[in-house]
Ligand binder design. Structure first.
Ligand code: MG
Length: 471
């Protein structure tokens, strides 16, 4: 290097500095990783994602300081969504689906005999190999028998619920999803336990206190592990029904009870970011905020909004699976609005790469590495997305175009199941609401997406279904 002209050295140094911002991390001190997941929060429920009346100043600032992803995807309901996020794999591969046909995709029931297979590798397990402290605060919903609990999937500790807080309902369910108990909920209407590690600490849980207690726990974990590295998975139970919030958020939102609940989650996120700053570790921590699926629309004013997107939770229309996503890491993330495609499965691969951990080579990993997009604004490496409903491949997206092969509304309340042959085709860049079928004008694009679907089906080995067997 001593004969290198000074200018060339300088250029090399500049180039190295820009490309090495993140790739240098594993050899230095790997970053902390915080994933905050709301439950049933819709695409249109944050101010920065177009909500007209829910105030989310902390999440909006987080989006402005970091990256706001407008084409970020999850699975259509809770359990498969959480499995995909934590393992970087399509739920069909791990058997995280139900085989029995129904009005909506299945989740793991409170009396399920199965859970996420222990041999699946979660983000927590991958990061453990690099010495991370790991904690889940909040909803698990990947199996409630002891052998399926978070401590058997790489988490040192857990404070939260084993499943949704609307399970084990003891109140009359006289009118299905429209039963009165959902709209005037009391904690005793649901026999749901709050757990610390493997022990029940409260039953029934007072769901009005959950967001506050989860936030307190998350802040305490950050303070105790400030020397890092750590992985914190903060999986809120809300704004899933039954809705509830702390007294200080009651009747504060212009958007009613649902707005109060989301505004408490916004404040909670602010407390997490403040705790990172107070600990002096915000420049060494990636924080991701998203939701597990779209809004549960049959609950009307107790549900969120998918904004301009069609339908909601339980469908493979965009409103079911496209969620708000925000990436925040001061000094490392290049602030931007990213319109390229991202998936919650990519959080597995990206987290493993950031930590310097191995991405498993003995199985198919569906996640891709988003580091270049996060740090340099490079286009997202993801161009293809498959949409599953249980084990049924219902749609495929490639860049702007999405073909639907099977459609239905959710929870038996929308349009019935319909096979689409020829498929419906939408240009999501121009028509995110999926209103104008353009298949007739683009037979070449339809044929290409049919080929993608066929190739995908041929390559997938389905795990045996794990949601149907009960205790
Ligand atoms: Mg959910």
């Amino acid at each position: 290097m001593k004969h290198t002209p000074p200018l060339r050295s300088l250029l090399f140094a500049v180039a190295f500095a820009t490309t090495a911002t993140l790739t240098a991390q594993p050899s230095a001190r790997p970053p902390n990783i915080v994933i905050i997941l709301a439950d049933d929060l819709g695409y249109g429920d944050l101010g920065s994602f177009g909500s007209p009346n829910i105030r989310t100043p902390r999440l909006d600032a987080m989006a402005a300081e970091g990256q706001k992803w407008t084409n970020f995807y999850v699975q259509p309901v809770c359990s498969p969504s959480r499995a995909a996020l934590l393992t970087g794999r399509l739920p069909i591969r791990s058997g995280m689906y139900g085989a029995a046909a129904g009005a909506s995709p299945k989740v793991i029931r409170d009396n399920a005999a199965d859970g996420l297979p222990p041999e699946e590798i979660t983000i927590a397990e991958a990061l453990k190999t690099r010495g991370y402290a790991t904690e889940i605060v909040g909803k698990w919903h990947l199996g409630s028998l002891r052998q399926f609990l978070p401590m058997n999937q790489g988490f040192d500790h857990w404070f939260g619920l084993p499943y949704s807080h609307d399970m084990r309902m003891t109140a009359p369910r006289e009118d299905g999803l429209h039963s009165a108990a959902y709209y005037a909920p009391k904690p005793e209407y649901w026999d749901v336990p709050l757990m610390r590690d493997g022990d029940v600490v409260e039953r029934p849980v007072d769901h009005r206190t959950l967001t506050k207690r989860y936030t307190d726990e998350a802040v305490r974990f950050i303070e105790q592990h400030r020397s890092g590295p750590f992985f914190l998975y903060l999986a809120h139970n809300l704004p899933h029904i039954p809705l509830a919030r702390s007294p200080e958020f009651e009747r504060k939102s212009a958007a009613g009870l649902y707005g109060d609940v989301v505004e408490e989650i916004d404040a909670s996120t602010g407390r997490v970011l403040d705790a990172l700053k107070a600990a002096g570790i915000e420049r060494n921590t990636l924080v991701v905020f998203s939701s597990d699926n779209g809004p549960w629309l049959p609950f009307g004013p107790h549900a969120g909004s998918a904004g301009p997107l069609r339908e909601g939770k339980g469908t493979t229309w965009e409103g079911g699976v496209r969620t708000p996503a925000i990436f925040w890491w001061p000094g490392a993330i290049r602030p931007a609005v990213v319109t390229g495609i991202g998936s919650a499965m990519d959080l597995f691969t990206t987290s493993a790469k950031l930590a310097g951990a191995d991405v498993p080579a003995d199985r198919v990993i569906d996640g891709v590495d988003l580091r270049a997009t996060l740090t340099s604004g490079a286009p997202s490496p993801r161009h293809v997305l498959v949409y599953y409903w249980d084990n049924e491949l219902r749609a495929v997206r490639k860049d702007a175009y999405k073909a639907h092969f099977i459609t239905s509304g959710s929870y038996g309340e929308g349009e019935p199941r319909r096979e689409r042959n020829p498929p419906l085709l939408f240009n999501l860049a121009e028509d995110p609401g999926e209103r104008r079928d353009v298949a007739a004008a683009h037979p070449d694009i339809v044929a290409d997406l049919v080929r993608e679907a066929d190739a995908h089906r041929k390559g997938v080995v389905a795990g045996p279904p794990r949601f149907d067997r009960l205790q």
